[in-house]
Structure formats: C-alpha cells, structure tokens
Design a protein around this ligand. Structure first.
Ligand SMILES: [Zn+2]
Length: 368
C-alpha cells in the first residue's frame, strides 16, 4: 500500500458484503470519509486504511459525511468521528428532525443496540458535546446538508500544484427532508419491548448524494438514494435541480448497492459522462442480496468499466445450511478450517492531473 501523490485524487470504496465506506483523497493531503463499516478485526475500515498509509486522521481528514444512519453505513462511525478531530461532520437535514434526536435520547445506552445507528449517534453526540465543552479544543458544529449546498471548498495552490476542489451535497431535497418526520414514527420503540435497531429500509431517500468537482474530473457518489414517485424527491429532484453544479461525472458510486430502486436513467444521461466508471458495494443480509443479476447486467451495459467490492452472494443462507450436527462436528474437528476469503473488498481509483483513472481491486473486490 502506497500513499497517493500530493496531486493525485484517490477514491477508495470498501464493502465487506454488508456495509459501505468511501475514503477519498482530494489531493494536497486532504481526505474525506463517507460512511463507515467494519473490517474483519471489527475496526472501522477507514481508520485502518488511513493508518496503514500513515495518514494522520486527526489533521488530514477534512470531512466525515454520514449519508444516512442505516446499520450498513454507520458501523464504527463514532470511532471515525473521535479520531478525525479536525473534520467537520456532515449529516442529512433529516437528522435535524426532533423525532430523531428524541429517539437517540430515548434509546441511549440500550444494551441490545450495540450495533445500531442509534448507538453510534449517541456516541457521536457525546464526542461533539465533549469537544464543545473542552477549552482549547476546536469544535466544528455539524453541517446539516440539504440539496445543492457546497459543503467543502479548496482553492488552487499554484506553489504546490494542488488543484481547486469543491464538494456539494445534492440531496436530500426539501420535500424528502420534510417527509423524514413521517419515517421516524416507524422507528420508534414499540411499547416496552426491546427497541428494534434501525434496519436498512425506508429513509434511504434522505441520504446525502455528493458531487466532487476538480478542474479535470467530477465524481458522483450516490449514497443509497432511491427513485421516488414525486418529482420533488429522490433522484428526480437531484436531476431536475437548477441550482446544482453542472457537468458530467466520470466516476459513479452506484446508489443503493446497485438496486433497481436506486436507478434513474436520467442520472446516467444527464449527470454522467457516457459510459462512466461505476463502483458498487453489495448488500447481503439474509435473503436480500444486491445487486441482482439483472442489476449487474444494467450497470455493466451502462458503464465503460464497473467494479464490485465483494461477491453479492447470500452468505447467511449458506451458513444456515451447514447448521446440522454433522457439519458442526466436522467443523469443530477440522484442524484447518479454511475461512471465507478475508480482507474487506476494496476498489481503489487513482488519478493524476490530465491522466486516466487507474483502478486496483484488493481483497474480495473484482470487476463486474
Ligand atoms: Zn446501504
């Protein structure tokens, strides 16, 4: 593993099968982290990766974006926030809704929620309030993202050759942010029973889509945003906006794990260069497996090259199948049980000014 050059843009997409995290080098030693998932050692992949590169997360990471609070995008995010002391946290405008904060407060410390978005947010809010209260510690209030907001800007430095860079949030739309209030009702604990962790459903349409703009390239990170029926919500609102940055992106982090409900043909024709580079992280949870074969066919037909971080296979059902006594006995007796391919899938794209993207696949990642 080598560190990208000072003037080299890098996009790293990590996805172990359940979970997604993006780490982006903006050039000039500036990094951003988008969402979080854990590696096989249960550490946030972003921190593990930047640690291996010898990057000082405390100073080098400028933004930590939580596109939405579903389990597959938030595991380990509180550790990321704690480590990235100089980073501004960017959260969806849906998070401002009173219900969400009430919910976080209500569920604070519930042991059954060790893996949930709520627990991560409880810790994130604690980290932020500690920072705010500690003299001499720089506190940056979270940036509440809505559509068409510039959340980061860096001007070019002629001396070092570091280029200009802008990052925009293209969602949630005003309408989707307003509707989030409705969605939270379904997440509230039912009676006095154990509250259910936040599962990946529903509020994907409040997730933050990011637009990264450099002098010679543009990148669209689609989060889990879905297509919705209203023209003022989901991808329709993004494509139809008259106040978003213009231009066509060369690289597309395909939304919602390649799912059909995240697909908008207008995005491909109006926001992306013809045949872009497409990156997908799968979503494997029980019987839900994304992308499907149909999704893969659609994505590959629209892309020049496309990559997935891990095999979209139903791992859990395979494990269930082996849950009979004979299998367990065999597994327990075997001295060298071969584990599944380890190493979180990692697609790494790098680009020097005026050069093409160089793609490397590591761990379980492969071309589609
Ligand atoms: Zn997801």
């Amino acid at each position: 593993l080598t560190t990208p050059a000072a003037n080299e843009i890098e996009i790293s997409l990590f996805g172990p099968g359940y979970g997604e995290c993006l780490v982006v080098h903006l050039g000039g030693g500036d990094w951003i982290i988008v969402d979080s998932c854990l590696n096989e050692s249960k550490l946030p992949v972003a921190l593990a990766y930047l640690g291996e590169l010898g990057v000082d997360c405390a100073t080098a990471v400028k933004l930590v974006v939580s596109t939405h609070w579903h389990d597959d995008h938030i595991r380990g995010l509180s550790k990321v926030v704690r480590a990235c002391e100089a980073a501004r946290i960017v959260v969806s405008a849906a998070m401002r809704e009173e219900q969400f904060l009430t919910l976080v407060d209500l569920l604070r410390g519930v042991a059954a929620l060790t893996d949930s978005g709520i627990n991560e947010w409880t810790e994130i809010l604690e980290t932020l309030s500690t920072r705010m209260a500690t003299p001499g510690v720089k506190y940056l209030p979270p940036r509440i993202a809505l559509s068409d907001m510039r959340v980061f800007q860096r001007v070019a430095d002629l001396k070092t050759g570091v280029t200009a860079c802008e990052i925009w949030s293209l969602s949630p739309s005003d309408e989707d942010a307003a509707h989030a209030r409705e969605g939270f009702k379904f997440l509230a604990p039912k009676g006095d029973s154990t509250p259910e962790p936040l599962t990946p459903m529903g509020p994907n349409h409040t997730s933050i889509v990011l637009w990264l703009e450099f002098p010679d390239t543009k990148i669209l990170l689609g989060a889990d945003l879905e297509q919705v029926s209203s023209s003022h919500g989901g991808w329709s609102a993004v494509v139809g906006s008259t106040s978003r940055p213009t231009g066509l992106a060369q690289v597309f982090k395909v939304p919602h794990h390649g799912s059909q409900n995240g697909h908008s043909s207008d995005v491909w024709s109006k926001m992306l260069e013809p045949k872009p580079l497409s990156l997908v992280s799968p979503f494997v949870n029980g019987r839900v497996v994304l992308p499907t074969a149909v999704d893969v066919a659609r994505i590959t037909s629209l892309s020049k090259r496309s990559f997935v971080t891990a095999e979209p296979e139903a791992k859990r059902s395979r494990r269930k199948k082996s849950r009979n006594l004979a299998d367990w006995t065999m597994l327990n007796q075997a001295k060298h049980v071969r584990s599944l391919p380890s190493g979180t899938g990692h697609i790494r794209l790098r680009k020097l000014p005026s050069s093409d993207w160089q793609v490397t696949t590591l761990g379980t990642a492969r071309a589609l």
